[in-house]
Design a protein around this ligand. Structure first.
Ligand code: AMP
Length: 147
């Protein structure tokens, strides 16, 4: 297996997200790869914005919820030592935007958390399943305990 050059961590701030983040960071260090992070906003209304809109992390939006989301992603980026240009806050559907950004940025490994769902939740499909299905690159699904 060749070395990974550009790793994308999908950040969702869940209970065990830290473990997923640390795995992505360790892999980036091991392969001396570039590390990018993405968080997709799928639960705050943005009436004048189209899906896939990239939200600038360096400009004030004057929108409280959005500011909080920006701050959270900046903190994760700071903790992981991710360059500001490689921090992506995007409005849309996580399943679609993670895969779309991976293609755009020539990512060769996507790191997501995986809850190991059962029953109806499994039928509805998780973000991890969908990314695994549609991504054109390798995907690492880090098993989240108690998920
Ligand atoms: P889920 O299947 O929705 O429970 O999420 C599993 C994994 O998908 C998480 O651990 C994240 O890696 C990723 N993910 C879920 N939602 C988002 C989101 N809004 N933005 C970025 N990544 C996400």
């Amino acid at each position: 297996m060749g070395a990974y050059q550009h790793i994308l961590l999908s950040v969702d701030y869940g209970e065990h997200g830290e473990a997923v983040a640390q795995r992505a960071k360790a892999l980036a260090e091991k392969y001396q790869a570039k590390l990018s992070i993405i968080h997709v906003l799928d639960n705050i209304p943005m009436p004048d914005t189209g899906y896939g809109a990239v939200i600038s992390l360096t400009e004030d939006s004057g929108y409280e919820l959005l500011e909080a989301e920006k701050t959270r992603l900046m903190q994760v980026g700071d903790q992981l030592g991710v360059a500001p240009a490689n921090r992506w806050l995007i409005w849309g559907s996580p399943k679609q935007e993670i895969v779309r950004l991976a293609g755009q940025e020539r990512i060769d490994l996507i790191v997501v958390g995986s809850h190991g769902r059962h029953g109806l939740a499994l039928l509805l499909g998780s973000t991890a399943n969908s990314v695994l299905h549609y991504a054109g690159c390798d995907v690492l699904a880090v098993r989240l305990r108690n998920g």
